[in-house]
Design a protein around this ligand. Structure first.
Ligand code: B12
Length: 441
């Protein structure tokens, strides 16, 4: 038996923005081709040995052959991949294959997916995957499989990264690791609570460590914001996790918002563990929204946060959402001023996008403000819903202007030389030593 996994193509942020000069932005944000996210490698790890496994990574340019030998075609996608995913599902079915889809988009818009595939998986894949394979073998695929949001992560397998490690073409020298699922907050733009549940499920720390020890790259992307949640139990767990990561000698990329925990003790433990990038989404949480609305005290907190991170050798990587209901065409000026004050050196900017499964999506649907459902353009680089404080074109112009103007000073060579996108190893060691954090191997 043979299952062929498909990871459909999605447009990177600036690929669909020819108006921008790519060279400088590539230098700072980087142009990268990533391997698939973790859904497919997890399912591959759960696939019984009598099934042969193949990965077609359309995002990496693998040729798509609808006549491929397969007993089941399994497509994984999030919303920016959905248009392509549905096209591919149609193509495989037209060639006589059975197609099952799972991931963020099929879980949050199953009725759309089901118009193009034979079966859809909603929620976690671990509880359902082997049943799907058995049903496919017996030619008895059902329309819906509900994996739900309760799977215990102590039983999550180590994802099979060998299925893409052996491929060429990627230039993302980083391994993605999942440490938890679910979220107890309800941020307007995020589909995680719908797809993964409102209860945070933590993965046992020893399992995370076991997985990280097996990774190929020195850089590890820890995928969840819950590392910074302020509750006592979660904060204790994060502290223990960062302690456990310390001896592994890896470098970590973490993500958070300003509203979450950022006390000095936690930042020290990040630095000791080897965290070198702190990706912070702004204009989504109540704190950073206040900072962008001119609250001097919160602005000072941001300035302080950037300083405390960079002082520990951790790059602050800002990600600003544009186009909230209260935003006006003056937003780029406000952001640029805040970045200048806080000495933010690396930033990306995205158009606030309503994803199926999010509160924001439900609200805009009801208000008749969704402009179209060309999912390809739900990648943060297009206006897909009607803004309130400006026209659609004004919002798009804000997006172009902020990218251009944030990076404009960098055309100045002198500035360019002092603003490296990621700190060099030596620079980081020097920073760590200067604040007494010791050597990182
Ligand atoms: C890694 C990541 C990225 C990487 C992608 C790298 C890659 N390898 O492709 C990068 C950094 C490039 C990225 C970019 C973006 N991302 Co992103 N990303 C993630 C992140 C953090 C992890 C994804 C992951 O591996 N999850 C773990 C896997 C195991 O979960 P899963 O896919 O759901 O799989 C499970 C089930 O769904 C199921 N399953 C999955 N597939 C299948 C298939 C079948 C057949 C079956 C049966 C089951 C099944 O089984 C799995 C195990 O239970 C998620 C957040 C998260 N925590 O998931 C956001 C997330 C997917 N990203 C998101 C977004 C919005 C983006 C951006 C558009 C953001 C932006 N700033 O505007 C950009 C797009 C890039 C661009 N335009 O340039 C959203 C997606 C929203 C949505 N509803 O689609 C998420 C959910 C973040 C969020 N909180 O909203 N991202």
């Amino acid at each position: 038996m043979r299952v062929v996994f498909i990871y459909p193509r999605f447009e990177k942020f600036l690929e669909s923005t020819p108006e921008l000069d790519r060279a400088l932005i590539d230098h700072y944000i980087g142009h990268f081709t990533t391997p698939p996210s973790l859904g497919i490698p997890i399912l591959a790890a759960l696939t019984p040995p009598e099934w042969e496994v193949e990965l077609v990574d359309d995002n990496n340019g693998d040729p798509v052959d609808f006549e491929i030998k397969a007993d089941l075609v399994a497509i994984s996608c999030f919303t920016p991949q959905a248009t392509r995913a549905l096209e591919l599902a149609d193509g495989y079915r037209a060639a006589g294959h059975k197609v099952v889809m799972g991931g963020f988009f099929p879980s949050t818009a199953p009725e759309v997916a089901l118009e193009h595939c034979d079966a859809v998986n909603i929620g976690d894949g671990e509880p359902t995957w082997r049943t799907i394979l058995e049903d496919a073998r017996a030619c008895e695929l059902k329309r819906r499989y509900v994996g739900g949001t309760r799977f215990d992560l102590k039983d999550m397998p180590i994802p099979r990264r060998d299925i893409f490690y052996e491929k060429t073409g990627y230039d993302w020298n980083e391994d993605l690791v999942q440490v938890a699922r679910g979220c107890s907050y309800t941020c307007g733009m995020c589909a995680i609570p719908t797809h993964q549940g409102h209860r945070v499920r933590l993965r046992p720390i020893e399992k995370i460590v076991e997985e990280i020890r097996q990774l190929r790259y020195d850089n590890v992307y820890l995928a969840e914001d819950i590392l910074f949640f302020p509750g006592k139990k979660l904060a204790q767990w994060s502290k223990e996790l960062f302690c456990a990561l310390e001896p592994l000698g890896k470098k970590y990329f973490v993500s958070s918002t300003m509203a979450l925990a950022t006390d000095d003790a936690l930042l020290d433990s990040l630095a000791r563990a080897g965290v070198n990038s702190f990706y912070c989404t702004l204009n989504v949480d109540p704190k950073s929204i206040r900072a962008l609305q001119g609250d001097a005290q919160v602005q000072a907190e941001l300035v302080d946060l950037v300083d405390r991170l960079e002082g520990r050798g951790i790059r602050f990587f800002a990600s600003f959402g544009l186009g909230r209901d209260w935003d006006t065409p003056a937003l780029p000026d406000t952001i640029l001023e805040l970045c200048r004050k806080a000495k933010i050196r690396t930033a990306e900017f995205f158009i606030f996008t309503p994803y199926p499964g999010s509160v924001h999506w439900e609200r805009l649907q009801k208000q008749g403000r969704i402009l179209h459902k060309n999912w390809r353009h739900y990648n943060g680089a297009h206006v897909v819903s009607r803004p309130l404080g400006m026209t659609e074109d004004e919002l798009y112009q804000c997006f172009l202007r902020i990218w251009r103007e944030f990076y404009r000073p960098l055309e100045n060579r002198e500035v360019l030389e002092t603003l490296e996108p990621v700190m060099t190893q030596d620079h980081m060691e020097e920073r760590r030593r200067s604040i007494g954090l010791g050597h990182q191997s």
